[in-house]
Ligand binder design. Sequence first.
Ligand code: ADP
Ligand code: MG
Length: 704
Amino acid sequence: MDLKSILKTTPRYIKILADQWITTVKDFLQHFPRAYEDRSTIRNLNELIFNEKGITATKGKIVKKSIFMRGWRKIYTINFVDPIGNKWTITIFNSGFLASKIQEDKRYIIVGKPTMKFGKITFSHPDVVETEAPEETGTSEEELGTSEHVPIITAQVPNVYNTWRIFPIYSELMGISPGWFAQKMRKLIDRVDTIFSEYLPREFIEKFWLIGVQETIKEMHYPTSFEKQKQANLRIFFDRLLRIQLYSLINRNSYQLNKTNMEHETIDRNIVKEIIATLPFELTNAQKKVIKHITENLHEPKPMLRLLQGDVGSGKTIVAAISAYYTFKKYQGQSVFLAPLEVLAQQHYRTLAKLLLPLGLRIELLTGSITKSEKDKIKLDLAEGRIHVLIWTHAILQESVAFKQLQFVVIDEQHKFWVRQRAFFKRFWAPHILQMSATPIPRSMALAFFGEFDVSIIDELPIGRKPIITKIVSEKEYIKLKPRILDKINKGQKVFVVTPLIEESEKLEEVKAATTEFEEIKALYPELRWKIGLLHGKMRPKDKEEVMQDFKSWKICLLVSTTVIEVGIDIPEATIMVIKNAERFGLSQLHQLRGRIGRADVQSYCFLETKNKTGDIGKRLKAMEETNDGFKLAELDLQNRGAGEILGTMQSWESDIPLEILSDLKFLEKIQEGAKWLLEKYPKLEWLHELKKYLEEKMGDILA
Ligand code: ADP
Ligand code: MG
């Protein structure tokens, strides 16, 4: 039966529901309440608690009712007497349909938040439900009530669905009221058993202590207790995360079905030693450890899927470069470095060229800003294997390119990339993939969203780095920094001024903020004049590159920038950063930005400017003063602002998982274990089959 006839509602409502992807009874029943009210206890008038947050219900008989109009609002004043004889005047504000129906001499339950004003009890928009229930106490209504303790009545009243229980509160949906949902759900709830059936094996349900699907749906709408509702909720998130885990595993398995054409050979340590010998510094132990992980993976017949996390400045690029070199020396394999921004691609190009050209590798840069003939030449050389390492920007990934033997892909700043890129590379016989991220992701979250990756962490900064000193400053204090800033510049150091982040949709605003700041700084620092530069996302790649070049080469020593500098830019002489309106950023992002300085052995300073030094915002920012540990800050972000802060844009089916769950490592491990178990033990499960199909549709050719 279709939704319309089951709900007996108008085409308009059906359309509103359809806009929310609710088109079947199943969908409808999976539209869960946003909150619950405890209506399971009814209080007498003398027991009502005022100004409390929760909802209370009272019941009794209306002795007299009067209606006033105030503007277009109806106000009912009723003389009400409760079962033990307390009498009181109750004011009810415009409560729509039900309130207009209330009659004298009938019994009602009033559910809402009571307040006491001028000796009158007032309910704003309560539910008013008629009740035929007989009184449970022997006390007659005419007897005058005492204020002695009277037991709370919790009798069960059939056919009154919105009291005497925990009651669901749905979000209003384009004019569809919460009450409408509550009523319709109530009617459907008895049919849940015929609409839903369990899709997980019984053995699984028992193994993981879950409650069944049917019970889950019922308890979500009309919980029999808060405890049960919690269990139902857990089941729902368990399933959602299980899907993500399964998806990760299926994805991993399917990617790894592709054998790499590397033969089993012993790892050649000399190759690594060769390149390390050319470095001007000693690798950290953490870097060495990760290089070991990667070279081991390069020798396996399955393509590597590895997530490399390392705080800003921990030296991930060099690790990737050494791996690319190894791939070439050992297997003549080609590598690709993917960068999300052209500026970063340019920088990678320079770093890698400096390192790898002397060792005989050819490196090219393929970005949107080169000419067609240059591009064609690069493509030809790639196809014929004359280029060994290609630096590529995300923007042109869709172009047709052929490789002679692509074996290693580095995706820098992975949270800006997603599955589509991986699907793209699968076309090239599934090369090894190294995803790099400087946004430290708490372990629990890495497990939830990057379950298909093995994780390596660089948890050590190169020696000699001085921790950045961070200070929160007011606008005034920021202006007063001028002599200090000039002094540093005179000493050959460089300064970033970062302007506030503005919503994605308002890119132009962001540019405006940066441009304004640029003018202000020029006025504030007349002595620097042409040495002040401006960088923002709306500039042509060529101009951006020029500004970056100027900043590197000292033509510019103070750079005003939007967050485009966030990702990966490496300028060792930059030692001061001012972040304007710092309160607009999440801690992870501030940390990312701050990571642009403190990249050499000179003491660096980060100033967080905010008009709101005291209060909650200051308190949140304080963490920046206290720690340089990106993982710690990410944990704090996860607690304060949610997962989206850390992951950037996520797919909607992942974004509404509550924090308690996302930060619960044990729970997530359990789910991952469950996914593995299920795939191994029940690979033919129909639900899994459906899931695969669903994912296929969603992700295009990934699972092909
Ligand atoms: P990130 O991990 O943030 O991408 P980079 O790879 O850009 O960091 O490295 C930051 C800077 O540190 C670069 O200038 C790089 O040359 C330098 N570097 C990397 N490893 C070391 C090391 N072991 N000792 C000293 N400097 C290093
Ligand atoms: Mg980097």
